[in-house]
Design a protein around this ligand. Structure first.
Ligand code: RNT
Ligand code: ZN
Length: 422
């Protein structure tokens, strides 16, 4: 009773500034968030015995209890899902192929849809959409730090075949789920030190992409993800922002994915969203939290996450922006990381949905910047938490962070603590 009174009060206060909390809650409930499977095992995957991430991907920390196989990863993911409201998708990487006695190990250029049918069944059982990624890192065929841009024909061919097969797998998944699947391509290619030739690797990457994207696949949404630098690849990245942005602009159906850890620290992805909305009907995102570099810390309810969500909401782009998460922290409970990161993005979306945009826009147009600033500040202290809690209640998930955290502690004691680390 008391809680309902609090929500009603919040609703009235937002109503006074022209914001409809019911509409905000309704819109939030419909927006799927694509949750990355790789937070559960530090981007290790199931396809290599020597395991471990490499080639510009680094998870730091050694918190006990990481998922060691398909069954454990599924169980952990489900535990996280049970504590997160709203619609969800699972974002898979090709290195999470499920190998069994009937479907024994094959290398990445030979994987097929059958290696992912267990994931599709999992998605169907739990009402999830799926997104998909080729895994062009942490593998011996990454030669001198290069994959699709390698001067070595054999290396390039291996990765082209990998990406062609992952697109087909994504399409098969989409056909079965009757849903679009985002196929996002990120490669680590770059150099530690000053290159002698910056053009040729990019020309090779361009022609590799042309070959990869030749086959029209109706259930696939293609994207390419740029990056500014990686550890050990500080001086040059083949797939830079200008490279992929231009590629996407010239190839309808291929989109430029924005990862907010992949730019210079003073560049804001929030500002790039309305820039791209002028030209593209879709913008895939990787929401992460870079601390000084592309560190992939767990996403929090912080200023830039709010600003990203504001740009999605106020430009009426909830259907155009595909929200995916990309963080991996091995120093804290991995399931809690999923829950905190995903709930943070949802909070930021709700916060954005509760902005008085229709009041603010004319103030800017009329040059009333003082009043605009005043309203933007005033809105920050309205009872946002009450609306968030009401949303969680309606979604049947814990309202109170301490309550879901208690479940994590229990799961850690009962399940994670029994896992011997390999
Ligand atoms: C790497 C990219 C990429 C990966 C995942 C695992 O810097 O952000 O998206 O994090 O594909
Ligand atoms: Zn990313």
């Amino acid at each position: 009773m008391e809680q309902i009174k609090h929500y009603e009060n919040a609703k009235a206060r937002y109503g006074k500034v022209g914001v409809d909390t019911e509409q905000a809650i309704g819109r939030l409930a419909k927006k799927p968030i694509s949750i990355h499977c790789w937070q559960g095992d530090d981007v290790t995957g199931f396809d290599r015995k020597d395991g471990g991430a490499g080639n510009g991907i680094q998870a730091t920390g050694n918190y006990p209890g990481k998922a060691r196989n398909f069954e454990e990863l599924k169980a952990d993911f489900l535990k996280a899902l049970s504590l997160i409201p709203g619609k969800k998708r699972i974002n898979l990487h090709a290195c999470y192929a499920v190998f069994t006695e009937e479907n024994p190990w094959v290398d990445r250029d030979r994987i097929e849809y059958r290696h992912f049918t267990p994931w599709v069944a999992f998605a169907q059982e739990n009402g999830l959409g799926i997104d998909f990624n080729p895994t062009c890192f942490s593998h011996p065929m990454v030669k001198e730090g290069l994959t699709l841009s390698s001067p070595d024909e054999k290396t390039r061919r291996f990765w082209i075949e990998h990406c062609k097969t992952t697109r087909r797998i994504a399409n098969n998944i989409g056909a079965v789920l009757q849903d679009h699947v985002l196929h996002n391509l990120w490669i680590p290619d770059g150099f530690k030190d000053i290159p002698a030739d910056r053009l040729s690797p990019r020309l090779r990457l361009k022609s590799a992409l042309d070959e990869i994207f030749t086959e029209p696949l109706p259930f696939v949404i293609d994207s390419v993800e740029s990056k500014v630098f990686g550890i050990g690849l500080e001086s040059y990245t083949v797939g830079s922002n200008e490279f992929y942005m231009s590629y996407a602009a010239g190839h309808p159906g291929v989109y430029n994915l924005l990862d907010n850890g992949h730019y210079h620290p003073t560049e804001a992805v929030s500002d790039k969203i309305p820039a791209l909305l002028c030209f593209f009907d879709k913008i895939p995102l990787h929401i992460t939290r870079p601390v000084r570099w592309d560190s992939d810390h767990v996403v929090l309810f912080d200023d830039e996450t709010k600003e990203i969500c504001k740009e999605i909401v106020r430009n009426d782009a909830l259907d155009n922006v595909l929200i995916g998460l990309d963080f991996f922290d091995a120093s804290i409970n991995r399931i809690a990381a999923w829950v905190i990161g995903t709930r943070s993005v949802q909070k930021a979306l709700l916060f954005a949905l509760l902005q008085p945009d229709t009041r603010l826009r004319p103030l800017q147009d009329n040059g009333n910047f003082t009043e605009q600033m005043m309203i933007m500040e005033a809105i920050k202290t309205l009872p946002f938490g009450e609306v968030w809690e009401e949303y969680c209640r309606r979604e049947n998930v814990y309202v109170n962070d301490a309550e879901w955290f208690y479940e994590i502690i229990q799961y850690e004691q009962e399940v994670l603590a029994r896992r011997k680390q390999v």
